[in-house]
Design a protein around this ligand. Structure first.
Ligand code: FAD
Ligand code: DLZ
Ligand code: SF4
Length: 516
């Protein structure tokens, strides 16, 4: 009896459900580097290198632990290029009596797996991915019980479920569930930003880097100075380093942006977490342990834990609840093509140029760059949400559809019509100026409202509110903004709209072929 266990690229976890409770002699683990996964969108070079390197290291570790591993490399001459094609070849090689797999992170791949039993004539056991704290059905039950999808309430459920930052009497540690009021300070002069931990590529990673440079030369992004953790051991070192050097200031400066500072106090753990090199529970627990030891304050630890057991679990639940319709949602009827500068970084808007540079160099930008710069601009400009989603899926080393799509469609583009966020995350130049040091160095003037030298975010912001007045005027959380709009002279309103139109008309659309 042989069980075939396909392990996908974002499932490189030793405690994976499919590897549990099965005698090693009765199983063949199948790992597949396939061209379809690298090009269904044309992923950032660094992301492909990260995934292949982590997969190859994981295969070695499994072999050392006594597993039989059938590893298909990208350049194997008979490689069919797809998961289904490779499983078909493996079925012919090993004649398994069953396939056992952990549910995939993407709808697209799930539909492939759903067809395998019929196609191969053997049972397929599709196991829950219990690396997540909240199961897919559990989230659906929670959503049905409430009717709305307010993250804060979901987060409290997860605090209760995990016991993280909970007092014995069932109350939250410190008496409050959410300490955001203490967070989100603008950056100050003289702050010391810690360097993240860099990992020198070993022979396996070097071989992968050469392969990616050769095969994916036309893809977006840089490969140079690759330094990401590629094993669970390295990822734990990165976690310890973050807790020690950055966590204490994580909360306070969570929304800050500083020119030339690519990480600030962020953890840069998402690539490792989303591959499965770390589990969300161990990451959150490490932060709570630091709090218990007096090494990090509650505002930082609560804020960090909320991102992991709140937002991360929530977006995953949202994805499976709302798919497949959410993938094509376009509630604001946005039709503009993505501007070319999302790929080239060639724009005079310093905040955008910095965010694209960061993204190109590292496959990384921190949350506020993604939300309030890159995402905000696309929403204000009325870019088609599916083009925005493709861009985000391509460019980030941590991007898999289950996490990227809700963040783009729901959180940043408001394309789901407010199912996730009751108010669009829209902001003008004043917000970016408050939270960053970019504006003082930018060719545009953040204080000017309209005209060729004014910060484009200013006119775009008001133009967005005017365009969507029917939808948003009745929104209680936006009444102040419409109050301000109403008080403006008609000439001032017209100047904003003309300025926005002139700017948008001059935007160069992205060339075809960057994303797909
Ligand atoms: P930190 O700031 O150190 O936060 C710690 C961890 O919290 C992250 O590693 C991540 O696992 C989790 N987290 C925080 N916010 C979120 C969130 N909104 N959704 C899910 N997890 C969260 N995150 C991804 O992992 N993959 C994506 O493809 C992705 N796309 C995004 C697209 C947009 C438009 C936006 C606004 C956000 C997106 N995020 C995505 C969420 C967030 O920006 C990243 O998780 C974060 O920037 C990763 O960097 P970090 O590890 O330094 O995070
Ligand atoms: C993203 C990605 C890439 C680029 N390449 C592979 C691959 O060659 N083999 C593989 O198993 N997984 C890869 N992945 C990750 C998959 O796309 C991911 O596992 C599925 O989308 C499910 O989340
Ligand atoms: Fe960005 Fe406007 Fe500030 Fe320039 S002035 S950095 S475009 S917010």
């Amino acid at each position: 009896m042989t069980i075939l266990i396909p392990v996908l690229g974002d499932q490189v976890s030793h405690d994976l459900a499919s590897l549990r409770d099965i005698p090693r002699g009765e199983a063949v683990v199948l790992m597949m580097e396939v061209v379809e996964e690298t090009t269904y969108v044309r992923h950032h070079k660094r992301k492909i290198a990260l995934i292949f390197s982590a997969m190859r290291h994981f295969a070695e570790e499994l072999r050392a632990a006594g597993w039989q591993v059938d590893y298909v490399r990208l350049d194997d001459p008979d490689n069919t290029g797809s998961f289904t094609g490779e499983v078909a070849r493996a079925v012919a090689r090993h004649r398994p009596t069953a396939i056992r797999i952990v549910e995939s992170g993407e709808w697209r791949v799930k539909t492939m797996i759903d067809g395998w039993s019929k196609r191969f004539g053997i049972p397929v056991e599709d196991l829950n991915d219990d690396r997540f704290i909240c199961g897919i059905l559990e989230f659906q039950t929670w959503a049905q019980s409430r009717g709305d999808l307010v993250m804060e309430f979901f987060y409290r459920e997860m605090r209760r479920k995990t016991g993280l930052l909970m007092q014995p009497d069932g109350k939250p540690e410190g008496g409050q569930w959410n300490l955001d009021k203490e967070n989100r300070a603008p950056p100050k002069r003289g702050l010391n930003y810690p360097e993240p931990m860099y990992f020198t590529p070993d022979a396996i990673t070097d071989e992968v880097l050469a392969l990616v440079a050769r095969r994916f030369a036309g893809h977006f992004g840089r490969l140079e100075k690759f330094a990401l953790p590629v094993t669970a051991h390295e990822a734990r070192q990165a976690l310890t380093h973050f807790i020690r050097t950055a966590l204490p200031d994580f909360g306070t400066y969570q929304d800050a942006m500083v020119t030339g500072q690519d990480w600030l106090y962020h953890s840069w753990l998402s690539p490792a977490l989303n591959l499965g090199l770390l589990t969300p529970l161990e990451v959150a627990q490490a932060a709570v342990d630091a709090y218990a030891a007096g090494e990090a304050p509650l505002n930082a630890v609560e804020g960090f834990v909320r991102q992991i057991i709140g937002w991360r679990e929530y977006v995953r639940g949202y994805y499976w609840l709302e798919m497949p319709d959410v993938a094509t949602a376009n509630a604001l009827e946005a039709t503009r093509p993505l501007p070319e500068f999302y790929w080239t970084g060639e724009t005079d808007m310093l905040c955008m140029a910095e965010a694209v540079r960061n993204t190109r160099d590292h496959g990384y930008a921190h949350h506020i760059q993604r939300l309030m710069v890159l995402g905000n601009f696309a929403m204000l400009a009325g870019v088609r949400p599916q083009e925005v989603a493709d861009w985000f899926l391509v460019v980030y080393a941590d991007a898999y559809e289950w996490v990227e799509l809700p963040n783009v469609i729901g959180m940043s583009q408001h394309a789901d019509g407010g199912r996730m966020a009751t108010k669009p995350y829209a902001g003008g130049g004043a917000y970016i100026n408050r939270m960053s040091d970019h504006c003082g160095r930018c060719r545009y003037d953040v204080k000017q409202k309209t005209g060729p030298d004014a910060c484009p975010f200013n006119a775009l912001y008001w133009d967005f509110l005017a365009r969507h007045e029917r939808r948003f005027r009745g929104n209680r959380r936006m009444s102040n903004m419409y109050g301000t709009w109403d008080k403006m002279q008609p000439e001032a309103r017209a100047a904003y709209r003309d300025s926005a139109a002139a700017f948008l008309d001059a935007l160069e659309p992205a060339a075809q072929g960057w994303a797909r």
